[in-house]
Design a protein around this ligand. Sequence first.
Ligand code: GDP
Length: 442
Amino acid sequence: NPFTGPSPDDVVVNAQSKGVKSDKQKAKPKEAERITNGISHVDHGKSTLMGRLLYDLKVIDQRSLDKLRKEADAIGKSSFALAWVMDQTSEERSRGVTVDIATNSFETEKTRFTILDAPGHRDFIPNMIAGASQADFAILVVDAGTNSFESGLKGQTKEHALLVRSMGVQRLIVAVNKMDMVSWSEGRFQEISQQMSAFLTSAGFQPKNVTFVPCSGLTGGNVVNPPPEGTMLWYTGQTLVQELDASETTKRAIEQPLRLSIFDIFRGGVTNPLSVAGRIAAGSLQVGDQVLVMPSGEKATIKGIEIDNGAADWAVAGQMVTLHLTDIDPVHLRYGDVLCSPSNPIKNVKSFTAKILAFEHVLPMSVEVHQGRLNVAATVSRLVAVLDKSTGEVTKKKPRAVQPGAVARVVVELENAIPLEGRVILRAGGSTVAAGLIESSS
Ligand code: GDP
């Protein structure tokens, strides 16, 4: 098996923040780290498929799966065991401010992935989109079973695709699942691909950014391992995991200006008195580089880089890194601060206009703006317009309220100026009221 997977305890973020060192973390640095998000109509098999991915990539072990199988058998639903893998590990993984988004990491030869899922309410749209708001690309799971696809297409599947696209996710991998139920039929696969292509294009996805992969989460065919012998001889494409690995997203992110959001700060370390940890969201950095810390606007020099507890000379978008910094007073560094390149800095933002997807009613109201560990008090000060979900065109100016499920343009004023761009989550009273994409700021 060419794939190596970390144990559930092996999530880099956790390990770094606890300062834990384990042998497993000394694995070679991955080319990239990526966040992905699985979405599907209820019962199309998302949980089973994700469980299958985690199992075949050896993220979970046989013993844990056997335990789940036993519990599932006890209630007469043995096929649920794989789905529970996702739920169980999700709950254990939940952390930080994004409480309704849990993460699971797994790695292939080339890439480390983080799957975002919502514990409990697996198909609850708000949680799903909150996940998508951090995703580089989404996996859309559709059921190839006769009739299931058609009903899903009319309902949630289409809605999910629209919402994910409206949040700026460009790349979509469509897992045409449960192929074992349709005898791995080429005709069925083609039929689904063609119908999906048509509406995904109308939802704003470019055909070159959409890939269809036939598979079966339950049997594991064409997920990590090849399809069963003698089936799908017509198929010349890749397995789901190969397709995930081939995603171009990370290459594009590396070419953008440096952005690293600080996840953890360590003082008084042995290697260096001041270190920070975080995921490089865009760009690259190397030892000796000068970086700008926002919002303080102070500069620091990178004295050393650690990836998976090993020293490195450079790092790129997608990787979790620990940076040893010099030439800066620690008072200028806080959780959620952004490290960027002095030549192409991120702006400190006091107010922004965003395209939002409302999960609850949005009115002019007090909210908290969240992005990663960043969290700031704010006010939705103006409802500019309600927008058409697929075209983005204004359908109603100055609405009194934005209804749940609607896409709208709003103005948000922040209590303090903070470095902010890209996707944000708006929360109020402990629940997620909207996910947004910043269009302009000042
Ligand atoms: P979710 O609601 O989308 O997360 O769907 P689940 O993963 O819970 O699966 C729903 C049902 O479909 C369960 O009974 C699964 O065992 C079944 N299922 C999932 N994937 C497959 C598959 O690839 N083939 C078959 N035959 N059944 C599947």
